[in-house]
Design a binder for this molecule. Structure first.
Ligand code: ATP
Length: 300
């Protein structure tokens, strides 16, 4: 089956340890057993899209040193086509994560091979391209230009917030940000989370003509501004256990459903249902729900 979603993004190895209290500057603390897991926004969104029913091919880079994990094999295990992913000499991207007894964390991301990527690989006509900003942003911009010229739809989850290269947002058909990113890109003060009018005003300022702009609002759901008007999608009630990866789940599931030709409102409901399941589970990639679970939640 030809891929209908291409994910251009980061592939990381998440190295984590639990601690009682996060260490202060100069302090050494004892941690629990080390966990070594697949991570990175690109990898997480590729897994989310594949689990949600898309045929996914990834573009990205791993290093020759991946700290005991084989990220290519891990992604292939989820059914993601990794033939377009480069292997570069040196370390893979890695995130050093400490989590304390209250669930507070600190994260240090070392870009590794993600930051050494020089070219995004072949563009593909007909597919939907989904990217984030953990790769060199100019590379994402150039890939968007090539894919659009080939007739692809472009979806950008503009996370983490970086200085976007010129033209990147203009080349984006569907832009997805959270509230913090919205404030940063709209050049506004972070809005009072309770004041949705303020959030909507900032979103209207950021949105380009013809573009669909989606703002995710955590446990409050999402707001979408499109050519056809405004959509407010409530979150599905969920007993949150681990919200890391909720945004990645939302983006991957949304892309999977849009690539099937679903209209925006249907795809948004689907993404919200998928993300609500993911927050009830530990881990990012490992917590992504499959198609039957998402359809079941929507039906129930
Ligand atoms: P993260 O960086 O934590 O992965 P994010 O900031 O990119 O997340 P959020 O806005 O927190 O993204 O969440 C994305 C979507 O996930 C929301 O639009 C919502 O549909 C769903 N979601 C998040 N938290 C919850 C929750 N507690 N209960 C139900 N759904 C949730």
């Amino acid at each position: 089956k030809p891929e209908n979603v291409v994910v251009l993004g980061s592939i990381n190895v998440d190295i984590g340890a639990r601690v009682n209290a996060l260490p202060r500057a100069g302090e050494t603390v004892a941690g629990g057993e080390l966990s070594v897991r697949l991570g990175g926004k690109g990898a997480n969104q590729a897994v989310a899209a594949a689990r949600a029913g898309a045929t996914v091919a990834m573009r990205g880079a791993v290093g020759t040193e991946s700290f005991g994990l084989d990220p290519v094999a891990a992604l292939e295990g989820y059914g993601v086509d990794m033939t377009g992913v480069a292997t570069l000499a040196g370390a893979s991207g890695a995130a050093l994560i400490t989590v304390d007894a209250q669930g507070e964390n600190t994260i240090v991301v070392s870009p590794g091979a993600n930051g050494r990527m020089a070219a995004a690989g072949p563009s593909c006509a007909g597919a939907l391209l989904l990217a984030q900003l953990e790769l060199p942003p100019e590379l994402v911009r150039d890939a968007f230009r090539a894919h659009k010229a080939a007739g692809a739809r472009t979806v950008l989850n503009a996370a983490p917030a970086v200085d976007p290269p010129e033209d990147l947002f203009a080349l984006t058909d569907i832009l997805i940000v959270n509230e913090t990113e919205l404030a940063r890109y709209a050049g506004a003060e972070p809005a009072d989370p309770a004041d949705e009018d303020e959030i909507e005003r900032a979103a209207r300022g950021l949105r380009r003509p013809g573009q669909t702009l989606i703002v995710t609002l955590g446990a409050r759901g999402a707001l979408a501004l499109a050519e056809a008007g405004r959509l407010r999608v409530p979150a599905r009630p969920a007993e949150a256990r681990d919200t890391t990866g909720a945004g990645d789940c939302f983006c991957g599931a949304l892309a999977a459903r849009l690539a099937e030709g679903a209209p925006l409102d249907v795809a948004l409901e689907f993404a919200a249902a998928a993300a609500a399941i993911s927050v009830t589970r530990d881990g990012a990639a490992s917590g992504m729900p499959d198609r039957a679970e998402i359809d079941g939640a929507l039906a129930g």
